[in-house]
Design a protein around this ligand. Structure first.
Ligand SMILES: Nc1ncnc2c1ncn2[C@@H]1O[C@H](COP(=O)(O)OP(=O)(O)O)[C@@H](O)[C@H]1O
Ligand SMILES: [Mg+2]
Length: 259
């Protein structure tokens, strides 16, 4: 039976006089690929920031598997299995692909930083396990040939893959992707779709913001559409596409692109 993983209830986030997220509620179930769409500036990234602890919403509740996570730190939230990527790439440019993925493992065990200076048998075992996990991600994301390459010398599409690999190295239960197809060409987008399906097959729930409508409609099980921070529609891709409020929100913004 489907179980609710993430439930947002009446979440409101303001920046001064601007209400970026306005009384928003939705729920994501176990194993779903769930989409958040809406015009540029609608508040999508702010919703993700409220879920992942970058911002604390002024009002409402963010419940993850029965626990209130609103007000927790980003680290506490990662520790509960919610891991994200960002709309703009945030990698350590001088570091290799493998090292960047390893940094995801170190987020996971950040409280043990001193073991780098004073290794214990336990920490050495962790380090070995970490390298195995990095290897696993290099294979899963087809990044083996770039393992030793600094990320800033790689094409954009590959850097995007490294970001997802780093997030997956944290072993999330819920993977949150902010516009993963932004800047990708058609072939790379197809590869991304395949990858997201494979991630779901591993039992990971996926919550994504996406600007590429074709991709969203193909890949998601369920969608919430927001405009000016408010939910204007929700449903399956077919239901959402037929919804007049959605068509209206997108009219005139057809040719505008994010960023
Ligand atoms: N840190 C911030 N301070 C002030 N305003 C912000 C901040 N972050 C986002 N906003 C504003 O909130 C609104 C929603 O932004 P955002 O969530 O980034 O939209 P989207 O991701 O849907 O394009 C925009 O008007 C944006 O300018
Ligand atoms: Mg955004």
């Amino acid at each position: 039976m489907a179980r609710n993983e993430l439930i947002l209830k009446n979440v409101t986030k303001r920046f001064g006089g601007l209400t970026a997220v306005d009384d928003l509620s939705f729920k994501v179930e176990d194993g779903q690929i769930y989409g958040i769409i809406g015009p540029n500036g609608a508040g999508k990234t702010t919703v993700f920031n409220c879920i992942t602890g970058i911002y604390k919403s002024e009002e409402g509740s963010v419940n993850w598997r029965g626990e209130e996570i609103r007000g927790m730190t980003p680290y506490q939230i990662v520790d509960r299995g919610i891991v994200r990527t960002f709309q703009t790439i945030r990698l350590f440019g001088q570091m290799s692909v493998a090292e960047n993925i390893m940094s995801g493992r170190h987020i996971k065990s950040a409280q043990k930083w001193w073991h780098g200076i004073v290794p214990t048998p336990g920490s050495l075992r962790d380090e070995k396990e970490n390298w195995l996990k990095v290897q696993e991600q290099l294979e899963f994301f087809n990044l083996g040939e770039f393992a030793a390459t600094p990320t800033n010398s790689l094409p954009y599409g590959i850097q995007r893959r490294v970001e997802m690999a780093r997030a997956m190295a944290v072993e999330p239960t819920l993977l949150i992707l902010d516009e993963p197809a932004a800047g990708l060409n058609d072939k790379e987008t197809l590869g991304l779709v395949e990858t997201i399906y494979k991630i779901r097959e591993k039992g990971v729930t996926v919550l994504l913001i996406e600007h590429d409508m074709d991709m969203v409609m193909e890949i998601t099980d369920y969608l919430t559409v927001i405009n000016f921070g408010k939910k204007i529609a929700e449903g399956t891709p077919a239901e959402v596409q037929a919804n007049p409020a959605v068509i209206e929100a997108y009219l005139g913004s057809e040719d505008e692109d994010d960023e």
